[in-house]
Design a protein around this ligand. Structure first.
Ligand code: GS8
Length: 214
């Protein structure tokens, strides 16, 4: 079967979130860059892949999927369902909980920091430090909960790696491109969890893809 196609540039952490899941699942896929400078994401071809004119989008044969976390789940269900623990009611519930936490607590605090520090200057704007400071405070409160959780178990959903952990990787890698990565220093169990994720070949491969020269 033809490899799946992941549409979007690797500077987007929503795109690389999918790349981590696809890599970890051992899926066959290729990345097809979409050029924002020429508004390719608003072209009829791309709107057919993602009706919101955004990246990422995934094509698998005749099937088009958008929303990065739905793409990640698809990759896991298709190629490595153990990442979702779907056969186990309790474990899968914990995977679901921590996937929601990633989207609605962790990345929702991190997103504005990444936008202000990485995207805004690239678009010729400046960094709004108030937005950064406010969201760093939010992130610290979230990290307190993570620290308590990771004191009890090795990974977020339990003592097993799951998609819940992997969904954090792309935005956290971007945090290291800002002046604020030291925010993690106050949370030793979070740092140990992050180091264990960084050792994974899937994560190293995607980290290399995210380097500007790639
Ligand atoms: C968000 C996609 C998104 O904001 C997801 O896939 O998780 N909830 C969605 N994509 C941005 C790129 S930044 O990562 C995008 O395509 N923006 C262009 C636009 O909205 O026009």
């Amino acid at each position: 079967m033809a490899p799946m196609k992941l549409y979007g540039a690797t500077m987007s952490w929503n795109v690389t979130r999918c790349a981590v899941a696809l890599e970890e699942a051992g899926a066959e896929y290729e990345i097809v860059p979409i050029n924002f400078a020429t508004a390719e994401h608003k072209s009829p071809e791309h709107l057919a892949r993602n009706p919101f004119g955004q990246v990422p989008a995934l094509q698998d044969g005749d099937l088009y999927i958008w929303e990065s976390r739905a793409i990640c789940k698809y990759a896991a269900r298709k190629c490595k369902p153990d990442l979702l623990k779907e056969g186990n009611l309790v474990e899968s519930a914990m995977v679901d909980v921590w996937m929601e936490v990633e989207a609605n607590q962790y990345t929702s605090a991190l997103d504005p920091i990444l936008f202000e520090c990485l995207i805004s200057p690239m678009l010729g704007g400046s960094t709004n430090q108030k937005v950064v400071e406010d969201n760093l405070e939010k992130l610290k409160k979230v990290l307190e909960v993570y620290e308590a959780r990771l004191t009890k178990c090795k990974y977020l959903a339990g003592d097993f790696l799951s998609l819940a952990d992997l969904n954090h990787v792309s935005a956290t890698l971007c945090l290291f491109g800002t002046p604020h990565a030291s925010v993690l220093d106050g949370y030793p169990h979070v740092k140990a969890w992050w180091s264990s994720l960084m050792e994974r070949p899937s994560v190293q491969k995607v980290a290399a893809l995210m380097k500007p020269s790639a």
